[in-house]
Design a protein around this ligand. Structure first.
Ligand code: GAP
Length: 515
């Protein structure tokens, strides 16, 4: 069986081969952690965005959208805390000259202990079979006990160093744990320094008049600074939400794992404004609502888990991540945060404007509290692709590579294929496309054998292949082949739109969230 690392490599190669994702400016050897979405990728990405945006704004009457600019007044980022505190602790290896995030090096060390514990457990489970008692094993096996203690001590020490913002202690942990640079293999480390993740540029032509502006590191602030505009012009009553999709930029130190950690990426964020004191109730509601959104896609309920934060940002009073099982382990795809009134209060303080809500029910004004749901489009894209990518062994001994994408997200919904390139079959196939194309993104393919054409469509996740043969000209029926089951059936051309629509419409995905 292929290792998870191999599966991931294959997935990355597949994304490139079939036009989903290309390295940015590849003819110049690419640009670190920046990617372009190709002809298939952009369709899948747009479908993900539509699924998110419509779920927010159609299913919730009290959520509206905006599209704020990427550039914002620089004071925004002072008020939000990003100028002073949006930092990662970095460390360089003096021999390889490679730069790492100190916290990531330590997290990887913790993961190594976890792997060792799991390995011991698997070995023992195999040895003892049905009589294996995991709890007892943890209590009695000296090696496992040692790893658990080491892991727990390291975790405690690490959490304290982060909380205290103690950079010297982070370095000391790296030294004490004998963590080496994966490139040079040495422990020749610099001190740990803080590194601000925001990109900046200058706005304005003249040198003395130019203003330093930032590329936004999150879309959320565009919502906060527009809270009053939307609340007043939309006559919004609390509780209400503002949703937005847009690009964000972070100068990530450790940028790897493909589109998982990029320097230019896209976020789908929603800020939900609530009455103070009700925020934890709303936090729980949004946790469940967002999990349902994920699960409705049918990628496998067991692939999700919550990771509640034990270390909270100073402005948050609850926070959790929705993690998805990627080929490289469970990883954060979405963050849900109870941000209190921090952001609105800060903007009020820095702008000198009153940012409040007059609540007619209690005849009082207050600064609303905020629940934020924030998901990365690119991470969502990666989780969908990772879950969909399958190498299937067929009965005839062949392997087929298929993307079992949720049909509503698939880039192409149907491919129409004339059995042969003559006898009026291409014309008939085009007639069918000309009818379907207003509702569904279709492809036409007349090259190679039908089998090869099926494989090409499987590889991009097309739910339906429709073959036009000689009988079609007489009976107005075609053969429709279903991607996942490979079953074929003869159906009337008049029924095609209905059959496709039933499977690819987002309606069921929306309804599944409401169950
Ligand atoms: N406004 C809150 C916020 O930005 P975050 O946890 O820093 O919170 C939210 O980011 C989501 O954005 C993450 O869960 C992830 O999906 C995505 N994200 C963050 N940094 C990313 C990066 N460098 N590349 C791709 N996606 C990223």
């Amino acid at each position: 069986m292929a290792s998870q690392e191999d599966v991931f490599k294959k997935l990355v190669a597949h994304c490139k081969e079939y036009g989903f994702v290309f390295p940015s400016s590849e003819i110049y050897d690419g640009l670190g952690a920046v990617y372009d979405y190709g002809q298939m990728g952009v369709e899948l990405k747009n479908n993900i965005k539509k699924y998110w945006y419509d779920s927010m704004t159609l299913l919730h009457e009290n959520i509206v959208g905006i599209d704020a600019a990427i550039f914002m007044h620089p004071t925004t980022w002072k008020a939000s805390g990003h100028v002073d505190a949006f930092n990662d602790p970095l460390i360089d290896n003096k021999d390889s000259k490679k730069r790492y995030r100190a916290d990531v090096l330590i997290e990887e060390q913790i993961a190594k202990y976890e792997e060792k514990i799991e390995k011991e457990c698997n070995k023992a489970a195999k040895k003892f079979g049905d009589s294996f008692d995991k709890a007892m094993f943890f209590e009695t096996n000296s090696r496992v006990k040692e790893y658990v203690t080491k892991k727990e001590n390291l975790h405690t020490r690490f959490a304290k160093a982060l909380n205290d913002n103690d950079l010297a202690e982070l370095k000391q942990i790296i030294i004490d744990e004998e963590i080496v640079c994966p490139i040079s293999g040495t422990k020749n480390w610099t001190d740990v320094r803080q590194f601000n993740l925001m990109f900046s540029t200058e706005m304005g032509a003249s040198a003395d008049g130019a203003m330093k502006v930032y590329l936004r590191p999150e879309t959320a602030q565009g919502i906060f600074v527009n809270y009053l505009n939307v609340q007043k012009t939309g006559r919004m009553k609390i509780p209400f939400g503002i949703a937005q999709i847009g690009k964000a930029f972070r100068n990530e130190i450790v940028a790897r794992q493909f589109v998982f950690r990029m320097r230019e990426f896209e976020q789908m964020e929603m800020q939900f404004f609530v009455k103070p004191g009700t925020e934890l109730e709303w936090f729980d509601k949004w946790k469940q609502t967002r999990l349902k959104w994920h699960k409705a896609l049918g990628l496998g309920d067991h692939k999700y888990r919550f990771h509640d934060h034990d270390k909270l940002a100073h402005y948050a009073n609850a926070a959790t991540d929705i993690e998805f099982e990627m080929p490289f382990g469970f990883k954060e795809v979405e963050g849900i945060h109870s941000r209190t009134d921090f952001d609105l209060s800060q903007h009020s303080k820095y702008s000198g404007k009153k940012i409040e809500y007059f609540d007619p029910e209690i005849n009082q004004s207050y600064t609303p509290y905020v629940i934020e749901t924030s998901i990365g489009v690119d991470r969502m894209f990666l989780s969908v692709m990772a879950a969909a990518y399958n190498e299937e062994q067929l009965e005839n001994g062949e392997t087929r590579v298929v993307l079992n994408l949720p049909p509503a997200l698939a880039p192409i919904k149907a491919c129409i294929m004339p059995l042969v390139k003559k006898d009026g079959l291409p014309e008939k196939a085009k007639e069918i496309i000309n009818d379907l194309k207003f509702d569904f993104r279709c492809q036409y393919d007349e090259k190679d054998s039908i089998g090869k054409r099926y494989r090409r469509q499987d590889a991009i996740g097309t739910p339906f292949c429709i073959t036009v043969d000689h009988d079609t000209l007489n009976d107005n029926c075609v053969t429709i082949r279903h991607r996942d089951t490979m079953l074929q059936e003869r159906v009337s051309i008049a029924n095609l739109a209905n059959i496709i629509n039933q499977k690819v419409s987002m309606k069921d995905l929306f309804k599944n969230q409401l169950i």
